[in-house]
Each structure stands twice: as C-alpha cells, then as structure tokens.
Design a protein around this ligand. Structure first.
Ligand code: GP9
Ligand code: MN
Length: 688
C-alpha cells in the first residue's frame, strides 16, 4: 500500500514538474513573441557596446568584461522599459530613437578612439579649435568601415519591426493599466540588475568613476553608456557651479589680492637664471624619505641624491594634491593655484584662463613644450596643456611604444627619455630659448611590474662569523614582497632612468645653458603598516616589532602625513660648489611656491600667485593642503582631527593655530573661485 502511495506521489511530482516546465517554456516563448522589439533593442545595444570595446581594448577580459555587460544591460533595460508606457503602435518609434542614440554613442566613440586612443568627452565639444583642425582628417583618415558596423543595430530593429508588424502584433490594443504593469515589471528587473552591479563595485571602481580620468578603465568596468552619462555630468558640473555667486566671489578675490602683498621683492636669486633654458622633470611618485634609504649598501635613489647634493635641494617640500594627483601638481606648479574643491581643474575646468609658467615664459620668447608617453587625453592634458600655455604637447602618439618596452601604465621611463632626446635636439635647433616638461610614468602605483625594474633586492644581508671563525651570509626577507618594498624597486628603476637621461642630455649638449628642475609629483600612497615594518623590522622572527618593544619606532598618522614630502631640486651643470646654487633649503615649502620662486629667478611674475618666493618668505611660510590641513616650520595641523603635531621646540599659541587655519581656508576659497568663476580672464577677453 505504502509503495503504491509513494509511486503515485512520484508520478504526481513528475507530472507537476513537466507541466510547470511546459508552462514556463510557453511563458518564455510568449514573452519573446510579445516583446521581440524590446529584446532586439536590448541585445543590439549591448552588442554594440561590446563591439566597441572589442575594437578599442583588444583583450578578452576587457571586451567581454562581465561588469561592463551588466552595466550596459542595466542601462538599456531601464531606458527601454519606458517604451511600454507607449501604445504598441508607437513603441517602435521610442525604441528606434533610443537605438539610434545608443548607436551614435558607440559610433562617435569608435571614431574618436581611432583618432585619439581615448573615449569621447562632451567637454571636448567646447574645444572647437580641435574640431576645426581634425574635422577633415577624421573623415578622410579615420572613419573606417568598422565604424559602420554599429548601424546593424538599428537595421535589425527595423527588420524585426517590419516582421512583427505583419503579424499585427503591434496593432494590439493594450490598456493603460497593462502598459504601466509591463513598464514596472521591466523597470524592476532593471533595478535588480542595478543592485547586482552596485554590490559588485570595488572601491577602485568608485574612485576611478569619480575622477573620470582613466577613461579606458571606466568603459571597461561600466560600459560606454554609463561612461558617457558620467562624462556629461562631469562636463556640465563646472557650468552649474559657475552659475551662482560670481559677484561675491569676485569681491572676495579683489579684497584678497588687495591685502596680499605680491609686489616684487628682489633677493639674491633675482634674475639669476634669466634667459636660460628650462627642463622640468615631473618625477612620478618620488618621495623624499626614500632618498635617505639604502639596502645592503645600495642607495634607492643614487642619481637623485647626486643631483640633490650638487644643486639646490628643498628637503622640506610638499606637493598639494587632491583627487587630481599628477594633474593637480602640474596645475599648482605652473599656476600657483590650489586644486579645485570638486572635480579636477584639468578635467572640469580646462577652458578657464590660467597664468601658467609656460605662458609667462612665452612673453620672453621661449618655445614651450611638454612630453609624456601616455595618452594625450589622460587627465585631459591635451586641452589643459594648451590652456597652461604650452606651444606643443608631445604625447604617446609620437613615441614608439613596443610591447617589450612597457612598464606599468605605459612606455618605460628609459625608453621615453631615450626617444625624447632627438625630439628635444630638434626643438633646440629651431628655438634659442625653450621650456620643456618631461612627465615620467613608470614609478606609478601599484608598483607590481617588479620583474621589469631590474635587480634591486630590498632584503637584509648580514655576514655572520661562526664560532669556528668561518663566515656565512644570511639573508632576511625584510621589505621583499611588500608594497613598499616593490615601490623601492620601482623607484630605483625610475632613478636609474633619470641618471641615464641626464647623461644623454649632457652628451646631446642640452644641459649647457639649461636649468633642470626635478620635483616629486605626490607621495606614493603606500600602506602605513609597511613603514612600520621598514622602521621596526625584527629580523629574528621576520616580523614587525611589538609596539611595547623598547626599540619600537612609532610611525603614527602624523609621521605618515609628514612623510609625504617630495623632493624639489634645482640643478645646473655649474651648480656644484657654488654656495648660492649648491645648498639645502630646509624651510617648509609647497608646490604653490614654485611659480613665485622660479619667477624671481627667471624674471617673470604672476600677481595672482597664491604661494610665495621661498627666499622672501623664508621661515614664515605656510603650506596649505586641499583638505584644510597646513604645515609650517613649527607645526603640522590636521583640520579633520583639529589636532596638531609640534615640529620643533618653539611654543605654539592657540591664536597661531586659528590664524593659520583661517589663512588656509580663505586661500582655498579664493583659489577655487578663481578657477570656477574664471576670475583671471582679462577684461578685454570677456565677451559681452
Ligand atoms: C597619467 C600619469 C599618472 O598619465 O601622469 O597620473 P596619476 O595617477 O599619478 O595622477
Ligand atoms: Mn602622478
């Protein structure tokens, strides 16, 4: 009896399963039949975006990136869901308009990528001078057959429409309530995909999305549609910011500079380099602390150290970057302005008027140019270098980038320098005075290309004498395998590239009448725990000493902040031994003090500089940071913690803290307003 019952139950289960499946299959078939237009629209739009990645990014993990496909699906489904609000006979028009819009995004980016090896930006539309220059070239040389493939999307949609129309599917009358229900169902599905996408986002995804400078990364992770929407917001934001508060900003700006004494004061460095050529070397992630370190008797940065010991070395120098990192440093170095409070000056405000060093030197008949082996659109340099006053920007397209010469983000520094020399020689032949910028790239986080940096062990080797008098070499791992250790290897490589560059420049005669300025662009953003290991290594246990240990050297958050110092060196071939040009300057100095300090040396000035000539302000200097922190010779102040660290024996008063904090906040406001409201634009250039 029991067996019969069991058998009956089994049969019942099987039948239920079978009929559910039939029903489900039937439902799926029905869904497909009823929603052919929507499905075609979704598939073709996602396919187009994937094809675009395929053409631009080549590697399978890029074009078949699950995250990008998920993002594309989410966008397309959400946008398409509103099609159900329309009556079936009008639905095609809605899907077609969207289809054409999405296809246009893919096509424009496809063409743009072929020409610029980067994705298109709405903000570039304002830079009409480029369009004029490249317009014909785009049509003649760049528009290729592959860019037309995307049209298959709208064609397919049209085909499906015509086919389904015959079956009178589109003539069906649908009640408003049904249309609403369909919209909501599709929208909810899109919402679920969105949720799935959001929970799989990493912090790196978020940060790159906000910064918007690594366009390849955004397209790879977020798909082209999200990229373009994000780009639109980023491009419009400055316009919106500049709509309100102009009068107040202008008033504060005028008051600020009326009170700031920027009149020219001469000192022993006035005009000392007037008329000399300038080579600025932007040292990616170079940090002052690393210059003091050696491993097994080998210095991390022997070449940088040599230059520092022969020229002027500013050992208490800070970069003042915000989210714009490299680009913020370029801005601050060249203009003596601080990074903007939101977005970055390079990406969001490249159309503003800037008083940059290249622009000022052009008034003295210098030819000004910059060199960087990365894409010209990284950090929007193509546009911004023009705004800063560079006559020419020599970027990746003008370098030969062979696969075997790639380190980290792109062409290795050694190759970059080697290929730069002939270009510099050509320019030097044509122009009697030049200002050049070399932006290094290899020593860039995450410093993981260790096999390409060359031999530089960051372990600890010791020779031990045994009881029987024989010796043995013991090796402790020390910094091997840590991010900080890898940074030292990477920096050692960059330093050796710098050494080779200096030798080759000399051989090419390019150092004869030239002032070389080297700065570290910002700190390397390394984990504090690695510094703890560096300063507290317990070799017996291959561990970091316990904080209770008497030999423990505290590396707290303040040490970390102060440890962010970067080098600044001003060097000439004849500096060595000259007391004025061969010395260490220990007064605290910020990137924004470069323009006024160099201005005094080269004979140019900017009355709207926010920093000071270090040789005038000396020990009274205050270095403001974009987050409101500040540092003087005496004290480092953390505005978030509202706490400070005393840097010498001198007493610190409450008043001093309040005054310096106010000074910093005011300076940050004025700087931000200058950029957002374009306050430096000369009256005669403002259109009525
Ligand atoms: C990009 C390079 C690095 O071209 O300058 O920028 P960063 O990540 O240091 O700001
Ligand atoms: Mn950088």
């Amino acid at each position: 009896m029991k067996r019969i019952k069991n058998g009956f139950n089994e049969l019942k289960n099987k039948l239920t399963k079978y009929f559910t499946k039939v029903k489900r299959d039937h439902l799926v078939r029905e869904y497909f039949k009823e929603n052919m237009l929507f499905i075609t629209f979704v598939i073709t739009c996602v396919l187009n975006s994937t094809i675009l990645r395929f053409f631009c990014m080549h590697t399978i993990e890029n074009y078949l990136s699950v995250k990008a496909i998920l993002a594309d699906l989410t966008v397309v489904i959400i946008a398409g869901s509103f099609g159900y609000l329309f009556k079936p006979k009008n639905r095609f028009t809605y899907f077609m308009i969207l289809e054409i819009f999405f296809t246009a995004i893919c096509m424009i980016n496809s063409v743009y990528y072929t020409f610029y090896t980067s994705f298109a930006s709405v903000s570039m539309l304002v830079l009409t001078q480029y369009i004029g220059d490249v317009g014909d070239a785009v049509v003649e040389n760049v528009l290729q057959l592959k860019d037309l493939i995307y049209i298959i999307g709208p064609l397919l949609l049209l085909f499906v429409y015509l086919k389904t129309k015959k079956k009178s599917n589109n003539k069906k009358i649908e009640l408003k309530s049904i249309r609403k229900k369909k919209t909501l169902k599709t929208l909810s599905f899109g919402g679920c995909l969105l949720l799935l996408f959001l929970v799989t986002m990493t912090s790196l995804d978020v940060s790159r999305f906000v910064k918007q400078w690594n366009k390849e990364y955004i397209v790879m992770r977020f798909g082209i549609y999200v990229y373009q929407a994000n780009d639109l917001v980023t491009s419009l934001q400055p316009k919106i910011n500049a709509m309100f508060g102009f009068d107040q900003a202008k008033k504060e700006f005028t008051e600020y500079f009326d009170n700031k004494d920027n009149t020219k004061v001469t000192n022993e460095y006035t005009d000392i380099f007037k008329g000399k050529n300038v080579l600025v070397i932007h040292g990616e992630s170079m940090m002052t602390n690393a210059m003091k370190l050696s491993f097994n008797g080998q210095e991390v940065t022997p070449n940088l150290n040599k230059l520092a010991s022969e020229g002027m070395f500013f050992s208490n120098f800070y970069s003042q970057v915000s989210v714009g990192t490299s680009s913020d440093t370029e801005l601050t170095f060249n203009t003596s302005l601080m990074p903007t409070k939101s977005g970055t000056a390079f990406v969001s405000y490249s159309d503003r008027y800037y008083i940059g060093i290249p622009k000022l030197l052009k008034e003295q008949d210098y030819y000004t140019y910059s060199m960087h082996a990365n894409n010209a659109d990284f950090w929007n340099r193509r546009a911004m270098h023009n705004s800063l006053g560079y006559d020419r920007f020599i970027a990746k397209a003008e370098y030969e980038v062979k696969k075997e010469n790639i380190i980290g983000l792109g062409l290795s520094d050694k190759e970059f320098f080697a290929q730069s020399i002939p270009k510099m020689q050509d320019i030097a032949k044509e122009h009697s005075k030049w200002y050049a910028l070399s932006i290094m790239l290899s020593n860039h986080t995450p410093f993981s290309d260790v096999t390409k940096y060359g031999e530089f062990p960051v372990d600890m080797k010791e020779t031990i004498t045994k009881e029987d008098g024989t010796t043995e070499e013991v090796t402790y791992p020390y910094m091997e395998g840590t991010k900080l250790g890898n940074y030292f290897k990477s920096l050692h490589y960059a330093d050796s590239a710098l050494g080779e560059y200096m030798d080759e420049l000399d051989k090419a005669g390019l150092l004869e009448n030239t002032v070389v300025i080297i700065y570290g662009d910002h700190d390397a953003r390394l984990p504090r725990k690695d510094y703890n290991r560096l300063y507290n290594y317990d070799k017996e246990n291959d561990k970091t000493l316990d904080s209770e240990d008497p030999n423990y050297h505290e590396y707290d958050s303040y040490q970390y902040e102060i440890g962010r110092r970067v080098p600044l060196i001003i060097w000439t071939k004849n500096s060595k031994g000259n007391s004025k040009l061969n010395r260490e300057i220990t007064d605290v100095m910020g990137m924004y003090d470069c323009q006024p300090t160099l201005g005094n040396m080269f004979g140019f000035s900017n009355q709207y500089a926010l920093g000071n000539d270090i040789f005038n302000i000396k020990d009274k200097n205050i270095v403001a940071f974009p987050n409101g922190n500040w540092v003087t010779n005496k004290v480092y102040y953390n505005s978030q913690k509202q706490a400070y660290l005393s840097l010498n024996e001198e007493p610190i008063t409450e008043e001093e803290i309040t005054n310096n904090t106010e000074y910093t906040n005011k300076l940050l406001d004025v700087s931000n307003n200058i950029i957002v409201f374009n306050l430096l634009k000369p009256e005669e250039e403002i259109e009525e």
